[in-house]
Design a protein around this ligand. Structure first.
Ligand code: B16
Ligand code: MG
Length: 215
């Protein structure tokens, strides 16, 4: 029986991927590094440092320069977050959160982002979640299971009784490695390894997901 649901943040409850993209693009332009929306797709669910490494490729930078670029990108991103409101919740997100709470199921956020708490506040869903695991919670990023195991621990639910809702391939991998049920949001090419694949949360009822998890 499922007792807890762990939601990824970026790409599942809200589309911060676009804001991350704008911030990385600005940095890449300033550094004269080619970058575009297609390249940005590979950064979905990937930590800030690993994202920068993918962007710079084999260009040589000192550790100091890398730190400065990470900080600069984050300043641009945090600036963009100031315009975020509850209107930036993706369709179906609030309805599902409310339905889960009604059903007595515990809810956590499991995000790689160090800005997750700010995003949750801006979206106005802080009082709808029971626990937050974010970019500060564990050392090993997704696809390691650590973040989701940490979230389940906060909720007091066993991995086998926990569901992860994720839009990134690395996130699905992390959920499976944690021994949890995985619901993938997006195309099969990206999240096909999940137990259940949905195009988005729009119109999604908890009963539909539960019945597909064969428990
Ligand atoms: P920050 P998620 C991830 O969040 C994003 O998908 C990814 O693009 C970003 O680089 C990462 O968080 C780190 O974010 O720079 O704010 O610490 O999908 O795990 O909610
Ligand atoms: Mg995500």
């Amino acid at each position: 029986n499922i007792q807890g649901v762990i939601f990824d943040l970026d790409g599942v409850l809200t589309d911060t991927a676009e804001l991350h993209y704008q911030a990385w693009q600005k940095l890449a332009d300033e550094e004269g590094i080619p970058f575009n929306r297609v390249a940005n797709e590979a950064l979905r669910g990937v930590s800030r440092r690993a994202s920068l490494m993918l962007i710079i490729g084999n260009r040589r930078y000192s550790e100091e320069q890398i730190q400065e670029m990470m900080e600069r990108k984050n300043r641009y991103y945090v600036e963009l977050l100031k315009n975020m409101t509850c209107d930036d919740l993706l369709p179906g997100a609030i309805a599902l959160l409310d339905e889960l709470r009604q059903a007595g199921i515990k809810i956590a956020i499991g995000s790689a982002s160090k800005n997750a708490r700010t995003v949750i506040e801006r979206l106005g869903i802080a009082d709808k979640v029971d626990a937050i695991a974010d970019g500060y919670s564990v050392k090993q990023p997704k696809p390691a299971p650590d973040l989701f195991l940490y979230a389940a621990k906060l909720l007091g639910t066993e991995p086998a009784q926990s569901v992860v809702v994720e839009d990134a391939a690395a996130g699905i991998e992390a959920a499976l490695a944690a021994g949890m049920w995985a619901v993938g949001i997006g195309p099969v090419e990206r999240v096909g390894a999940a137990h259940v694949v949905l195009p988005s949360l729009a119109g999604v009822k908890w009963a539909d997901i539960r019945s597909q998890l064969h428990n």
